[in-house]
Design a protein around this ligand. Structure first.
Ligand SMILES: C[S@@+](CC[C@H](N)C(=O)[O-])C[C@H]1O[C@@H](n2cnc3c(N)ncnc32)[C@H](O)[C@@H]1O
Length: 203
């Protein structure tokens, strides 16, 4: 099982944003949508053994579960529409801290990075923090069951850092990349290491 925890520092907490303005009034929701695509979408299929936690302003967690996910397409707009639907369901839910499933495989509840980390650790996943200044991932011994934390277009906040500093910091390369590109690299790194049954080998 792999998980990606993506921090959306400016994504709205209510559904009243335009799907035509994801990089603007939707607070760079386009970045989170691309992360969802990178985490789940294969050329012809969905990675079912993946979880994504989208942490919105450290107040709401949208959790996407590959084993149950339906209606996910590889375009940003339709993914944003699913998240908007989740925020609408959240707005109408009286018990905010009780997770509800807005569409198959998409869950929403109040919570922040701390709750997302607790959930991933509760599933037995080893947490890594993806950061430009981390240890190069290629030579690190990685756990097959792992959760990776990424930020959006903004730096990790001091509150994020306070929670993340206890976890190993990994870098995927010398350049600062888009978060969704980092997810593809991490998937590839783990695919190569942990899918021996396919017969694929780098040697
Ligand atoms: C676009 S970058 C963040 C922007 C950047 N920190 C800044 O403000 O200049 C998005 C996220 O992708 C991850 N990331 C980007 N490049 C990385 C790298 N080389 N190694 C590991 N993670 C990386 C980090 O989690 C980062 O917060």
């Amino acid at each position: 099982m792999r998980a990606f925890i993506v921090l959306g520092h400016r994504v709205p907490l209510t559904p009243d944003f335009s799907l035509n303005d994801l990089p603007g009034s939707a607070g760079r929701l386009d970045i989170l949508c691309r992360c969802v695509t990178a985490a789940f979408c294969l050329s012809h299929g969905i990675r079912r053994d993946v979880l994504v936690y989208l942490v919105l302003q450290d107040q709401i967690v949208v959790r996407l579960e590959g084993s149950r996910l339906k209606h996910l397409n590889p375009d940003e707009r339709s993914t944003a529409a699913l998240i908007q639907k989740a925020l609408r369901a959240f707005a109408e839910n009286t018990y905010k801290d009780r997770e509800i499933e807005s569409t198959p495989g998409i869950f929403i509840a109040s919570g922040g990075l701390s709750e997302a980390l607790q959930s991933a650790q509760g599933l037995g996943l080893t947490v890594y923090w993806l950061h430009e200044h981390g240890t190069p991932i290629r030579h690190e011994k990685l756990d097959e069951n792992a959760a990776f934390v990424l930020s959006d277009h903004l730096e990790f906040s001091p509150q994020d850092v306070a929670l993340l500093k206890i976890f190993p910091q990994l870098s995927v390369g010398p350049l600062s990349l888009h978060a969704d590109h980092c997810i593809v690299i991490v998937h590839n790194e783990l695919d190569v290491r942990f899918a021996p049954a396919s017969g694929f080998s780098l040697r």
